[in-house]
Design a protein around this ligand. Structure first.
Ligand SMILES: Cc1cc2nc3c(=O)[nH]c(=O)nc-3n(C[C@H](O)[C@H](O)[C@H](O)COP(=O)(O)OP(=O)(O)OC[C@H]3O[C@@H](n4cnc5c(N)ncnc54)[C@H](O)[C@@H]3O)c2cc1C
Length: 426
């Protein structure tokens, strides 16, 4: 049986940086990093559409949620001890430079996610850290006897490994084609570790009705508001895309956690609706005045909104007005009541939400290991000495915009630091 001081399960963002952190602090400790896939960090390559939104400069508690939808104070110690500035300085010390874009989003200077993965891979190799790929952990047992106290791991090919401290960084269920944490609930249940309800987050929305299909492919900069009955749950602004199934784009991903929680955790989901503000920069009164003024232009209905909105989108809105209308009719055929309705549609186009596109397209998992089982100051399991957890596996899910990698880096480093402290004092 191979013996290690520290085994880290999962060579994703959190696990790789944790291994490097542990080696920086205590180079003599024997550390192994286990990955079930043939290569480490596959998910990292897909992040930020191949550019990797590596962090967000504004990462703090308000940008994170637990499965119940609250902002967990749990994230603070990790984000404060290993701030994003500090994490990016750590990357810089390994040769990776970064830049800041709008809304605090950080990217590698060369705009390539592969540079982030290469930096981590090369650092693991330079430090001679043991990276075992195609090493899927399928059994974990606590051993309490004397010298052998620690953890016995069984791999799917039958190999047995032993370690004094164990750091779990297996990620979640989102995008299983990129990172595979299937079965983690069953794997961790014998240890008494509890898992919350799980649902996909940062994913597209499915909408019912013919509208999404007829608008398929149209992009616009707007504001999306998510309503449940008559309660406004959340709003987000940015580039929105109509797709055959419904809606996509960063603001939509941002709202998806409320929709997924509704549809995945309620046996009878509440009715939800997205209202799209197609022209958020123009107040309603100004828009109405503009529409009334356009009636005197020599326009046909098919071009009535051209110049104000995407042409096809404008035409579809006109088709939503009551009564039979031909797009070849003159604009002056529109009444004042039509203008008020049109302004209402442009400011709040309603689409009934019928779900999310699911785990395959989700960027993150909402929910995870129950936070009350872990000490936020160390990320150590409260009842299992020598066991630590980091990253998406914990019940922490961040907003769209670099917040999830920020959490992976900070929590990975804190868990590794605590594991090293534990090993040096036991
Ligand atoms: C398409 C996409 C784009 C994204 N873009 C961004 C972005 O731009 N910015 C951002 O902040 N976040 C982004 N995210 C989210 C971000 O990638 C994750 O939150 C982050 O990678 C989580 O890191 P992690 O180390 O906890 O888990 P992961 O990166 O998922 O790593 C976990 C690793 O553990 C391995 N593993 C699981 N179970 C076992 C086992 N039993 N034995 C051995 N190994 C195991 C997995 O195969 C995996 O490699 C994106 C996600 C996706 C899917």
């Amino acid at each position: 049986m191979q013996k290690y001081d520290l085994i880290i399960v999962g060579a994703g963002a959190a696990g790789m940086l944790a291994a490097i952190q542990a080696n920086c602090e205590a180079p003599k400790l024997r550390v192994a990093l286990l990955e079930r896939l043939p290569r480490p960090g596959k998910k990292l390559l897909a992040t930020g559409n191949g550019r990797c939104n590596i962090a967000n400069a504004a990462a703090d508690r308000g940008h994170y949620y637990n499965a119940a939808g609250q902002n967990p104070a749990f994230v603070q110690p990790a984000l404060q001890k290993y701030t994003q500035q500090d994490n990016l300085a750590f990357f810089r010390s390994m040769g990776l430079l970064t830049k800041q874009e709008a809304e605090g989003k950080m990217y590698p200077l060369g705009d390539q996610a592969v540079a982030v993965l290469d930096t981590l891979r090369l650092q693991l190799a330079a430090r001679r850290l043991e990276l075992l790929c195609e090493a899927e952990v399928c059994g974990i047992e606590r051993q309490n006897e004397g010298q052998a106290a620690g953890w016995r791991l069984r791999l799917s090919d039958g190999r047995l490994l032993h370690c004094r401290a164990l750091l779990l960084a297996m990620g979640g269920l989102a995008s299983p084609q990129l990172s595979h944490a299937q079965g983690f609930t069953e794997l961790l249940a014998p240890l008494g570790l509890k898992v919350t309800r799980l649902y996909p987050a940062l994913t597209q929305l499915k909408c019912s009705g013919p509208l999404p299909n007829s608008l398929q492919g149209i992009k616009f900069n707007g504001r999306a508001a998510l309503w449940q009955v008559e309660e406004l749950l959340a709003e987000a602004e940015g580039e929105i895309l109509f797709a055959a199934y419904g809606l996509s784009g960063p603001p939509i991903l941002q709202l998806s956690r409320w929709v997924a929680r509704n549809f995945y955790t309620n046996p009878q989901p509440a009715a939800q609706e997205i209202r799209l503000n197609l022209l958020p920069q123009m107040p309603r009164a100004e828009l109405l005045a503009e529409l009334l003024a356009r009636r005197s232009l020599p326009l046909l209905l098919e071009d009535f909104l051209t110049g104000l909105l995407n042409k096809r989108l404008g035409q579809q809105l006109l088709k939503l007005l009551p009564g039979e209308r031909k797009l070849s009719a003159p604009a002056r055929s529109l009444t004042e009541a039509d203008m008020a309705r049109l302004a209402g549609l442009i400011k709040a186009l309603p689409l009934a939400v019928c779900g999310v596109t699911g785990w395959e397209r989700a960027q993150v998992m909402a929910g995870g290991l129950e936070l009350k089982g872990f000490d936020s100051q160390t990320l150590a399991a409260r009842r299992l000495p020598g066991l630590f957890a980091a990253g998406e596996l914990l019940d922490v899910c961040g907003d769209c915009g670099g917040y999830n990698l920020s959490w992976a880096w900070s929590s990975g480093r804190l868990a590794a630091h605590s594991a090293v402290q534990y090993l040096l004092s036991n």
